[in-house]
Design a protein around this ligand. Structure first.
Ligand code: NAD
Length: 481
């Protein structure tokens, strides 16, 4: 079996304790490789290397950083097969999703390269004619990026490359479910010319290596994409250590179907929103609200579409989605479905495991507006459809959540669509589409328990910089005030 070390200072390094853990393919249960199981000692090595990397990288002219990031983008594309196959196997992604992730990762790298030369600072018009005031923008230093399992290449890339563009060094702690793809990504960037130490990866478990990294005094900022429970832990550490954080957390995203829509078309769009990657997407359309009188007709059209989805080989382009990540995830989905049915929801299709970790596409009509299917992330292929009498009530129900990550509004009426977009409390609202869309330049993040800060384009780059006021006295003797 292949063994993967941490990637520190441009090299594969075994865990200092010699411990390793298997990375399993969720579709087959096969062990794909052994990943290093990080310890506190590995943390110090990675931070020392990143601090040296930061000194070198932040001192390069921006044009040189831009050139290297563009070369990294080209090399990601040139490494397409190697990244694609590992992504499919390790994360249980279909070939369609994996292709998208690899190509989008190259796009994110180019977007970050484009931001490198746009880090403008200011001069201030100030009250004192004898003083010139400047505001400088400087990289924070070493940024820790903690990533989840569900889109393990592109979500990691987003958290890494924008801070890099700003001149920071980055240490990544990928999900213990998908460690190998993160190490492979670091190798690819290094081969493309990213200097040693600028991007290190430590693999292992949250409590064993994620938390010691987050607490390490050599780390200046933290980006986490993960669950709200982990976000709360990281926010507490950040509060104690006064560290800049950016948290992209969970969601329970509404998709509004207004009553001017054709139900078949709306169901086609909603099926993509609810079932892509078996619903293991933070922005998946989990709560579908349908304006009357379309409720039942829409729910039946969605159930028909769901039942027709092909759940085959991951490398077959017709396959709609693959397995859940592990058995714990399957048990959680089952329990949410059972609670919704016990609370009076009507099962229109699905509700069972198909085989292994693959769960059937499931549609539940009018589930209770309480309990886990309504309030918590299910992270499975379960669409709840709720009929609603009026537009105002739809908005109120859409906002009936502790989360506020994203939303979709299906309508041909632009005024009602944009009115909904303004009234829904979510970090992104997509009119004419389901709730998960991507754009490397757009600010991604959420309201409420969905997180803090935004990632993407200039928003990430600015988040991971410090502002410094520098003044110059022009000839006058400095006075106390
Ligand atoms: P998770 O919170 O279980 O794990 C995320 C990462 O945090 C992993 O690398 C894990 O090892 C690490 N971690 C866990 N405990 C830690 C600790 N105490 N200290 C430091 N690190 C720790 O999440 P997951 O199950 O891997 O991913 C799914 C979650 O991610 C869902 O909630 C989903 O909504 C969310 N997500 C959000 C976005 C977004 O953009 N908002 C995108 C994708 C996924």
């Amino acid at each position: 079996m292949k063994t993967y070390g941490h990637f520190i200072d441009g090299q594969d390094v075994p865990a200092s304790g010699g411990q390793a853990f298997e990375s399993l393919a969720p579709m087959t249960g096969e062990a794909l490789g052994l990943a290093a199981r990080g310890t506190a000692e590995d943390v110090s090595d990675a931070v020392d290397s990143a601090r040296r990397g930061f000194l070198h990288w932040s001192g390069l002219p921006p044009a040189e950083r831009e050139r290297i990031l563009l070369k990294c983008a080209d090399h990601v594309e040139a490494s397409y097969d190697r990244l694609l196959n590992l992504l499919i196997d390790e994360s249980g992604s279909t070939i369609i999703k994996a292709k998208y992730e690899v190509l989008y990762t190259a796009s994110v790298l180019r977007a970050a390269a484009g931001e490198v030369r746009r880090l403008y600072a200011d001069t201030l018009p100030n009250e004192k004619p004898h003083r010139l005031s400047m505001v400088l923008r400087e990289p924070l230093g070493v940024v820790l990026a903690i990533s989840p399992f569900n889109a393990p290449l592109v979500l990691l890339a987003k958290m890494v490359v924008f801070p890099l563009g700003a001149g920071n060094a980055v240490i990544a702690k990928p999900s213990e479910e998908t460690p190998l793809i993160a190490v492979e990504f670091a190798r690819v960037l290094h081969e493309a010319g990213l200097p040693a130490g600028v991007f290190n990866v430590i693999t292992g478990f949250g409590a064993e290596v994620g938390e010691p990294l987050a607490r390490h005094p050599g780390v200046d900022g933290i980006a986490l994409t993960g669950s709200t429970a982990t976000g709360i832990r990281i926010a507490k550490i950040a509060a104690e250590t006064m560290r800049r954080v950016q948290l992209e957390l969970g969601g329970k995203n509404p998709l509004l179907v207004l009553n001017d829509m054709d139900v078949t078309r709306a169901a086609e769009i909603a099926a993509v929103g609810a079932f892509t990657h078996a619903g293991q997407i933070c922005m998946s359309s989990a709560r579908i609200l349908v304006e009357q009188p379309l409720g039942r007709a829409f729910a039946e059209a969605l159930a028909k579409k769901a039942a027709s989805l092909h759940l085959g080989d991951l490398r077959d382009e017709k396959t709609a989605y693959g397995p859940l990540i592990n058995q714990r995830a399957v048990e959680k989905v089952k329990s949410h479905v059972q609670a919704a049915l016990a609370g009076g929801g009507e099962l229109l299709t699905g509700g069972q495991v198909q085989r292994g970790l693959v769960f059937q596409p499931t549609v539940i009509y009018n589930p209770p507006r309480s309990g886990p299917l309504w309030c918590e992330e299910t992270f499975g292929p379960v669409a709840s459809v709720t009929e609603v009498d009026s537009f105002d009530e739809m908005i109120a129900i859409a906002n009936e959540s502790d989360y506020g990550l994203s939303a979709g509004v299906l309508t041909n009426d632009l005024v009602r669509g944009l009115t909904a977009a303004r009234r829904i409390r979510a970090g992104s609202v997509h009119v004419g589409a389901h709730s998960f869309q991507s754009d490397p330049m757009a600010p991604i993040g959420g309201y409420g328990m969905s997180g803090v800060g935004r990632s993407g384009g200039k928003y990430s780059v600015e988040h991971f910089t410090e502002l410094k006021w520098v003044s110059l006295e022009l000839g006058e003797t400095p006075r106390p005030f």
